[in-house]
Design a protein around this ligand. Sequence first.
Ligand code: PEP
Ligand code: MG
Length: 577
Amino acid sequence: MSHQRHFEGIPVSPGIVTGKAFRLDPRRLSAEPRPIPEAQVEQEVERFKKAVETSKTQIQKIRKKVEKDTDSSHAAIFDAHMFMLDDPILIKETVECIRREKKCAEYVLSQTVDRLAVLFKNIPDDYFSSRATDVYDVANQIMNNLRKVTSHPLRTLTEPVIVVAHDLGPSDTVMMDNSRVIGFVTGIGGPTSHTAIMAKALEIPAVVGVAGIADEVSSGDTLIVDGGGGRVILNPTEDELKKYEALQRKIQEQEQTLCLLCELPAETIDGHKIELSANIEIPDETAHVRSHGADGIGLFRTEFLYLNQPTIPDEEEQFALYRHVLEEIKPKPVIFRTFDLGGDKFISGVRFKELNPFMGLRAVRLGLANPEIFKVQLRAILRASPHGNAKLMFPMISCVEEVNAVKGLLKEVRDELDSKGIPYSREMEIGIMVEIPSAAITADILAKEVDFFSIGTNDLIQYTLAVDRVNERVAYLYEPYHPAILRLIRDVINAAHRENVWVGLCGEMAADPMTAIILIGLGIDELSMGPVAIPEVKRVIRNIRLADAQRLTEEILQMGTPAEIRRLVTAYARQLM
Ligand code: PEP
Ligand code: MG
């Protein structure tokens, strides 16, 4: 009988799904030992050498760019990688093994790398033992070139599966074949990790932070994933299968009822309207945005276009995608957030070794350090702007100087377009994300500089409470109901409104009907969330009075603990429904 087990984790994307597990190998280096006929061995060796040369060119290109745009300590990481690409054990031995064993380059490389990593790990010196990671990085790069990247294991699935991994980076989720991945479970990660956000965007049930899951589950095992309850059942019994099938049917019926609300406005009983917009990560999501009755796109996380690409998307490619999204959504607005790379999202091959990447060269900081890359995106958005209702938003703003710097860059791009007679919308509104405590505290100053704010509570919570948003060990401290968070949001909204600046909120707090009630009481103008959450939030809004939400919020703002606040809102919501 197969090994059965129940797991608990962090529920991040609702829905119930039953299916076969697919365990994603963390190193992505395993390969089948495909035999190579004698006559084709030299060809195979050449294929391997070509992949190594391509990797060298890619790394050199990235190194040059990094050296030019940042300081040389960042570029030094790539020297280690270049060094590995000339390493006699890694390269020569792989070549010799292909000739000796007459097996495909992928398989031989994976074997060599495992041997080499063990060698490095066994050297009693921290520097050398940590070089094992570099060996894997470099080998992954060669492997990607051998496999032409498109053969990412999540791209080549042949049947519906539930992906199980210790960790699933954003670069994995963007490679996922959405028609085949029906759920996912990861060993690490928190409620607002980008993996979690992506799961919600794709409407795939998911549970994260399930300790040890990747060691217990094998590909082919049967799993039930309860994405709303945070439960995972390995090899369930017949009774459990029946119970969860019934539950799944019930959820589907509820969703159908909610969809009837799609065409109705998000308006309280006493006539106060709230804009409910959608967060998207990839352009394909526009159909979801429309079918869930969104008032527009409140957050387009454009950085997803940069992930898992061998090269940075060029201006034409970006322009075409932005134009497509604008045309699909018009006349409703689309807020383009400039790339928020760094943190936990990296361009393929460019991963700075930072001790605290969330506090490092992330988002506008990375853009301002690499103006040539940043300007390509700004040009593409500006050029697309006449094709719909475009707005531009800058993430991770921490001070007025940064606003001035990004505006300066924007002006340079506008001047260039003007000089070439290329049209763009001159009225396009410019906004910032308020997601760093310094920005929230100085919202009155920043409000004088921009047309709108969108509060990014995912980061605002992490930075205010000093709780890493992707670390499941401290997830219990990640608390949207913390009085510090609610007070900061109140102050940002009030400061913005005093300057007639519109304030939206696009963190995960917007998607929770309970927190949405408080945000409405605080006076928020817009809530932006994964499209699937819109009908439920709308249902709640249509059942409350603004005056009641305001009274409730006043009471909440006097409270000292998240538990008290949660109790009060829950009681209020129960009585409503
Ligand atoms: C946020 O920080 O709340 C936000 C919406 O941005 P992201 O989750 O992409 O950091
Ligand atoms: Mg953010």
